[in-house]
Design a protein around this ligand. Structure first.
Ligand SMILES: Nc1ncnc2c1ncn2[C@@H]1O[C@H](COP(=O)(O)OP(=O)(O)OP(=O)(O)O)[C@@H](O)[C@H]1O
Length: 697
């Protein structure tokens, strides 16, 4: 537990609730009944299903007399008869207990005792009734199997039922003997993955839709979660025994016992500055407090381990909590009367900004915060608070969420940070283009990249706005799996000049020209004798080219030695409509132009290796610059490449779907081939707007 503005302690505990409100006596009575029934079922199981009895004494008697093992089937007639007598008694006793409990629960429900309704519905459930019926009959097969000889033969119906029960019995025995291991321990995770995958399908079959709605049912999710708990054998720690004396207060309070282990408690506290009262401020999703279901935001804490906390500072309360490093921590709380209803839908966001809770003085509790970097995909598990969401970073190993700023709050922080530190965040003083140009950014095969333009980001102002604020600090994403008949996704390579983008692109197309193809560029230059329009280039007039620029038909374009060159959207689409994977290399400022519903670009960043390996691997390589064709690399080329790569990463890393280090050409080429295929065949996170119509997104 932690003050909402202070330290976050990490006691790991398991809980128990003891009721001590007005209806405490009744609750305890129900509790005892509950334990009774549980004990009965457990005894039944441990005995291999011989008898379910209404009280433990009877059960242990039965165990002693009837014996649980098959070896004891040959026990004497006397034992069998005793067992039969006991069985009849036990079956009746259990029924009586059920009737009593239901009667009592009914009265409790009338008094609106919390939890009683749940127990009532459980006891009324057909499956439990059926189980009890079976357990009553259950003892017969054993006795009858012993008694068939001397006694009157069974009726046909009775015989069949006995056989069926015996089969079930043997099945249970075999199960116990073979102790099968679970096929997997993360059924809930798998179901979540399925939900994500189904949801990312743009159109799906009725069966898929039905599966989706089935898997979303709370009881199916609870069942899978229970399965995982059993599969992971996550039963520790054992609950402490119920205290002998339960204090009797006039105020409706609840005593919550939690047992520390390694996990954080997952709750923060706050203090009402006027009254000095301490409240649970928030409960962290997946934390111990949340999983216990016993502490809720808004509950007032009266005591911790017997110490009254009213008037204390949150930090002092924490000290009291921390004073006991092991064992049980007991909270006495006044539960909040009206708990807010949570209707959380699954939401995934790609972070478009970095965030560090340790450097954020406004976070309610830094230790409960979760840092992230641009490009991280976050699962938003709670948006109840308008300012502070709860999220998990994917892929997530922790069950516990962390606090992250909401979209509005993070946007506000970015703006505040912008004003306080304009030179760190805002780049208008030096545009991205200038930044890259001064570092010698890509020259490319079309040799016009230094003066290239992108249709999507015509000015610095627009670019900075798009990247920092207007586009939002988060981008909603969904899991997308391309269907076989959908057009392929565009593969867009990006990297600093000379790093090997073109080399890798060429190798990819050469590896399988039937599958991969580049987009044919447009140019206004005069065709050479061997060139053919539509093969090397689309040769166009300047007017046509200008018109295409005016109508935003280019992903990017530029001029070189007085002629214009550009990659049109249509040229890319032509490759995609032919059923091929289009592979192009782009300047960073064209990223937004290719990240569209139509092209669904998979952006691969080609990164240089370490300084040492860069120099080693390019020993025999030749570079083409604006002034020289095919000259060896110089040290300043490497420095420029490294500098440009750093800038590129720092500004655009959130858009990279994949990073390939261009070290050994063979290996990098193979990696690119795999990545390009995975982009088509495997589910990927893509902006939600690509999948949903814009008004819905
Ligand atoms: N991993 C590598 N190992 C060795 N040589 C490489 C490697 N990657 C690229 N090269 C060589 O470096 C030179 C420049 O590569 P490439 O033309 O692909 O650069 P680029 O990234 O497309 O940059 P630009 O667009 O400026 O040409 C080529 O001669 C290429 O063969």
């Amino acid at each position: 537990m932690s003050p909402d503005a202070g330290k976050w302690t990490k006691p790991d505990e398991r809980h128990r609730r003891l009721s001590n409100d007005d209806a405490s006596a009744k609750k305890v009575s129900i509790y005892n009944h509950w334990r009774e029934i549980t004990a009965a079922i457990l005894v039944s199981n441990s005995d291999g299903g011989y008898a379910t009895c209404a009280n433990r004494e009877a059960s242990s008697d039965l165990r002693r007399l009837a014996g649980p093992t098959e070896g004891q089937r040959s026990a004497s007639m006397r034992q069998a008869v005793e067992a039969q007598v006991l069985t009849a008694h036990c079956g009746l006793g259990l029924r009586q207990v059920l009737v009593d409990v239901m009667e009592e629960v009914k009265q409790s429900v009338d008094q609106e005792v919390s939890g009683a309704e749940l127990l009532h519905s459980l006891l009324e459930s057909p499956w439990l009734q059926a189980l009890m019926q079976v357990s009553t009959v259950w003892t017969r097969p054993y006795c009858r199997s012993v008694l068939y000889g001397p006694g009157p033969g069974p009726t046909a119906g009775q015989y069949c039922m006995d056989q069926a029960l015996l089969q079930a019995f043997e099945c249970l025995h075999r199960f116990r003997r073979e102790s099968p291991a679970p096929a997997l321990t993360y059924a809930s995770g798998l179901s979540l993955q399925l939900l994500i995958d189904i949801r990312s399908l743009s159109g799906c079959s009725d069966e898929a839709r039905e599966l989706y709605s089935l898997l979303r049912q709370p009881h199916i999710q609870a069942l899978l979660s229970a399965h995982d708990t059993v599969a992971q054998k996550d039963y520790e720690p054992v609950l402490p025994p119920m205290p002998e004396e339960i204090p009797d207060d006039e105020e409706a309070t609840r005593t919550v016992c939690l047992v520390k282990n390694k996990q954080p408690l997952g709750a923060t506290i706050k203090r009402n500055e006027i009254t000095g009262e301490i409240f649970v401020a928030r409960v962290i999703h997946g934390g111990l407090a949340e999983r216990s279901g016993l502490l809720h935001a808004g509950d007032r804490i009266i005591e911790v381990n017997g110490f009254p906390v009213d008037g204390m500072e949150p930090e002092q309360v924490i000290q009291v909590v921390q004073a006991r490093s092991h064992g049980t921590i007991m909270f006495k709380v006044v539960p909040i009367t009206e708990r807010p209803v949570h209707s959380q839908t699954m939401l995934y966001m790609r972070a478009m900004a970095d965030y560090s809770p340790q450097q954020d003085p406004s976070i309610p509790c830094a230790d409960a915060g979760m840092g992230f970097k641009r490009g991280d995909v976050l699962e938003i598990v709670d948006q109840t608070d308008a300012l502070w969401w709860q999220a998990k970073k994917l892929p997530s190993t922790s069950a516990c969420a962390g606090l992250v700023p909401s979209t509005n709050l993070l946007r506000r922080k970015q703006r505040e940070h912008w004003w306080s530190q304009p030179y760190q965040l805002h780049n208008c003083a030096q545009t991205y283009e200038e930044a890259f140009e001064s570092a010698g950014f890509r020259r490319s095969i079309r040799l016009c990249r230094r003066r290239s333009h992108s249709t999507s980001q015509p000015s610095c102002t627009a670019r900075c706005a798009a990247i920092s604020t207007a586009a939002g600090p988060y981008e909603e994403v969904v899991r997308y799996q391309r269907r076989p008949n959908d057009p392929c996704r565009l593969v867009a390579l990006i990297g600093a000049s000379g790093v090997g983008v073109n080399e890798l692109r060429r190798r990819l197309v050469a590896a399988d020209p039937h599958v991969f193809q580049g987009a044919i560029p447009h140019t206004t230059r005069v065709p050479r004798s061997y060139e053919e329009s539509g093969r090397e280039y689309y040769f166009t007039s300047r007017e046509v080219f200008d018109n295409m620029v005016y109508n935003n038909r280019f992903l990017e374009y530029g001029d070189y030695k007085g002629s214009l060159y550009g990659t049109s959207i249509q040229a890319v689409k032509a490759v995609l409509s032919a059923g091929k994977i289009c592979v192009i290399d782009i300047e960073p400022n064209a990223i937004q132009a290719v990240r569209t519903h139509e092209l669904k670009a998979y952006v691969i960043y080609v990164k240089p290796p370490s300084a040492e390996r860069l120099r080693e691997t390019r020993q025999d390589a030749l570079i083409t610059t604006n002034y020289y064709v095919n000259r060896p690399f110089k040290d300043e080329d490497f420095q420029e490449m490294e500098e440009a790569s750093r800038k590129l990463e720092s500004h655009y890393c959130q858009f990279f779907d994949r990073v390939i280090v261009s070290e050994e050409l063979e290996a990098s080429g193979a990696e690119l081939l795999v990545a390009a295929r995975q982009a088509q065949d495997e589910p990927q996170w893509v902006p939600a707007t690509w999948i949903r119509p814009p008004d819905e997104a």
